[in-house]
Design a protein around this ligand. Structure first.
Ligand code: MTE
Length: 347
């Protein structure tokens, strides 16, 4: 499947709309779920503009309205309640800077972006509902029927949010208007959009988690733990694959992130991964911090014309290093954080 950029998706929308005025039958076209990437060659600012932010939907996006929307908090709690969106807007807000990456984002892929999310702590709402002592998990369900289950301990973290704004603007429809969860440092799949219900549950929901899967000679294919916090990963923004570089200097750029941990270092190889040089964190951009990407750059002095293979790799504060190869036994598509390789020709 060819995945288009968010900009191409929106442009195509305009064309479809124009076409459908001329061809009324298109009114009956089935609504599709959107998957569109952030075009990493447009990585300039720390915050990804809302209109360029990737979108990953499993079902067609619902249509919702703010004055009718209510969030319900219930399940294994002493005091279930419903709260209208209008009341949530009056609560005091906090802002968190969080990088979201889709768990199926391939190396170098644009199913990643970074925004400042403004909203209300999930912990405060859960405390008001008084979870029963044995409650261990929280199920988040969106208006499109999509749901995820996260441990109570993560839901109660002070930065786990019900976001109402994205980069200072009202949450865009494509990103979950009116309310979405933001689960910092965890793969994007847990940040449920168009949030309708928060349900406290005792046991982990069998259907509400995605699992790593490994194949072994003895056990066959087996679950190897739930996918939750993001792995350490780096990507190039420039140069693009197959670029022709003129001259003998080029500033190689990119971004790196490491889930709940800050990135410690990024290295660049210009010989396919045999030798490595340290990249610097981009001056003028925020330094490494948990749950957020950091931008990096490397001044490459190109020795002679020719073909080069550029590779980048990141290391986080705990010493995790981005791997060259995916473990051979992995049979799922999650956590694809192996090195990105970019082939360029210097002329
Ligand atoms: N929430 C709902 N309700 N429906 C969805 O399909 N997709 C999830 C998550 N939340 C999804 C959802 C996935 S897989 C990802 S990666 C992120 O939303 C993507 O968020 P974005 O589309 O705002 O970039």
């Amino acid at each position: 499947m060819k995945i288009e950029s968010r900009r191409q998706f929106l442009d195509r929308g305009v064309l479809v709309c124009t076409g459908f005025l001329a061809v009324p039958r298109a009114w009956n076209q089935e609504r599709k779920s959107e998957i569109s990437i952030f075009d990493l060659s447009l990585l300039d600012d720390w915050l990804t503009p809302n209109a360029l932010f990737f979108v990953r939907d499993h079902f067609p996006a619902p249509t919702t309205s703010s004055d009718k929307h209510k969030l319900s908090v219930g399940g294994a709690v002493g005091s279930p309640f419903e709260i209208p969106y209008a009341d949530l807007l009056r609560e005091s807000r906090k802002t968190v800077a969080v990088t979201l990456e889709c768990a199926e984002n391939p190396p170098g892929g644009g199913l990643v972006g970074h925004a400042e999310w403004g909203g209300i702590g999930v912990a405060g709402l859960l405390a008001k509902a008084q979870p029963q002592p044995e409650a261990g998990y929280v199920r988040l369900r969106g208006a499109d029927g999509y749901s995820r289950t996260i441990p109570m301990i993560k839901a109660m973290r002070p930065d786990t949010l019900l976001a109402l704004t994205m980069n200072g603007e009202r949450l865009p429809a494509a990103h979950g208007f009116p309310i979405r969860a933001v689960v910092p440092g965890w793969y994007g799949m847990d940040s449920v959009k168009w949030l309708e219900t928060i349900e406290v549950i005792r046991e982990e929901d069998a259907g509400g988690k995605e699992y790593r899967r490994g194949r072994s000679m003895v056990g066959g294919v087996q679950d190897a733990g739930p996918v939750s916090a993001m792995e350490v990963k780096s990507v190039f923004s420039r140069p693009a694959d197959e670029a022709i570089l003129m001259g003998r200097r080029f500033t190689v750029r990119g971004a790196a992130w490491a889930g709940e941990r800050p990135v410690k270092a990024v290295e660049v190889s210009t010989d396919g991964g045999y030798s490595w040089q340290a990249a610097r964190f981009s001056p003028g951009q925020p330094p490494p911090q948990p749950c957020a990407w950091v931008h990096w750059e490397y001044d490459w002095k190109i020795p002679v014309p020719g073909a080069y293979e550029l590779v980048c790799r990141a290391t986080d504060e705990s010493g995790r290093v981005q791997p060259a190869k995916r473990p051979a036994d992995r049979v799922d598509d999650y956590e694809q954080n192996t090195w990105q390789r970019v082939r360029v020709t210097a002329v």
